[in-house]
Design a protein around this ligand. Structure first.
Ligand code: ASP
Ligand code: MG
Length: 456
């Protein structure tokens, strides 16, 4: 019985704008009620809530400012609850959440910042959303219930950017969640989990997608639906390139490159659990659910050489130069060990005989947004090499198939970019991407030129 149920379950995730207010929640409920296979729903905090909780989690000492932020969070939640004509239970649950948010904000301001408390505070945005959506579904006659994601999403104790433990998660899902799915449409929180000591953790900003994928993996779900404010993955960000269009189908490998290289639509780590469990992912627009959206699968029917372009601004290029590198062994190992100790992941890398240039991955940065190139990092690198840090750069990635095996690609890219400078280029590590690092101020023009050459 359970086996059948597991494989037919659809997991649906609704992002912050999809649960932003009461009418947005109604649209989520419509989608859920129109598809009885949706048994698990994963929600983000209402738009704007996590940003404010992040600000509060840094310890706002100025009381006026702190109360202002808290009242903005409360307003968003009250707006929703008023429309819901809440039951006394929901009212007291909401009051409890709001009181705990205020208490934690005060403690963080008065007693200093403590990572575990920060995550406890951040979690309330998602907790409110799942409580509201479960209530709305019940009011519409659905058998729905709220489920505490911390009972299933086990992580390490790296608060703010905790790492999930998929094997443990599968066991916990089977124990606590699967039995509920037989009788209920279950609504749970994205973004949050708990460590082995049952302390609340968060998965990093945008982590709700990852939560949904982890649940989908654990349930061996039929499909993972990601409902958001755009109707799928586009060939490029339409705000930057007006001729960009939605992509009907894309492979996991390509979508992962896109997510990593700046397309904001999916959290880069999301696809791993879905890909591991071979769960196809559908990305659709909550406001226009009938639109085609984008499917992400292991293989697609069409395999165009170039499927999409992505851009990531605000890139930092770190150049490490050391004369000891000449014929030396182990320089890179030392350099990377230091970066790893500072939990920095490297994106692109090019080397010459005495120097190595690399861009730093800013996507997996902490929920609380710590700067990546810290004084401590520079101090540790100083004895090893001279370091130069450049910013104001943008990374543009061409994403597709066999990019490294198609003769004309690099030539065409160079020709298109010719009037501008390429600060760095990376090609060949994967057949799925070709990356160029350019001045941020040139990025829009280069993107449009590449799109019209490769994708229009
Ligand atoms: N609410 C969290 C954030 O804003 C997680 C998410 O929305 O995915 O980052
Ligand atoms: Mg999101």
């Amino acid at each position: 019985m359970q086996k059948n149920l597991e494989s037919s379950v659809i997991v649906a995730k609704f992002g912050g704008t999809s649960v932003a207010d009461y009418s947005a929640l109604q649209r989520c409920a419509d989608i859920i009620q129109n598809n009885p296979a949706i048994r698990l729903v994963v929600v983000s905090a209402a738009a704007g809530v996590t940003n404010r909780l992040v600000a509060l989690s840094k310890g706002v000492e100025n009381e006026k400012e702190r109360l202002q932020l808290l009242s903005e969070v409360m307003d968003i939640q009250h707006q929703i609850s008023q429309h819901l004509s809440p039951t006394p239970e929901l009212n007291s649950q909401l009051r409890d959440y709001l009181v705990r948010m205020a208490l934690l904000s005060n403690q963080l301001a008065e007693q200093g910042v403590e990572a575990a408390k920060q995550d406890e505070l951040l979690a309330f945005g998602e907790r409110c959303s799942s409580m509201f959506l479960a209530e709305l579904l019940r009011q519409r006659g659905h058998t729905a219930r709220d489920f505490n994601a911390c009972l299933a999403i086990r992580t390490d104790s790296h608060f703010g950017a905790a790492e999930a433990r998929p094997v443990r998660i599968s066991m916990l899902v089977r124990e606590h969640l699967t039995p509920l799915l037989e009788n209920y449409c279950v609504v749970t929180q994205g973004f949050i989990g708990a460590d082995a000591a049952d302390r609340v953790t968060t998965l990093g900003r945008g982590g709700s997608d990852l939560s949904a994928a982890l649940f989908a993996e654990a349930l061996r779900a039929h499909t993972l639906q990601i409902w958001t404010d755009v109707d799928g993955i586009y060939t490029c960000d339409p705000r930057q390139v007006p001729t960009a269009r939605p992509i009907p189908e894309i492979t996991f490998a390509e979508a992962a490159e896109m997510a990593t290289f700046g397309a904001k639509i999916l959290h880069p780590a999301t696809l791993l659990p879905a890909q591991r469990a071979k769960v196809p992912v559908f990305i659709g627009c909550t406001r226009e659910p009938e639109k085609a959206g984008t499917w992400v699968r292991n293989t697609t029917q069409k395999r165009p050489m170039c499927r999409a372009l992505s851009v990531r601004k605000g890139q930092v290029l770190l150049t490490a130069r050391s004369l000891n590198m000449l014929h030396a062994r182990g320089f890179l190992a030392e350099l990377f060990a230091i970066l790893a100790r500072h939990r920095i992941s490297v994106d692109l890398i090019t080397t010459s005989e005495v120097s190595v240039a690399l861009t730093l991955d800013t996507t997996g940065s902490q929920s609380t947004g710590k700067a990546l190139v810290s004084e401590a990092l520079l101090a540790e690198l100083a004895p090893l090499c001279d370091v130069k840090v450049e910013d104001g750069l943008a990374l543009i990635a061409l994403i597709g198939h066999q990019l490294s095996e198609t003769p004309e690609v690099a030539g065409r890219v160079f020709q298109v970019i010719a009037p501008r400078n390429i600060r760095m280029i990376s090609q060949g590590a994967s057949p799925n991407n070709l990356c160029v690092l350019v001045q941020e101020t040139d990025a829009a023009e280069i993107l449009q030129a590449l799109h019209s050459n490769f994708l229009d």
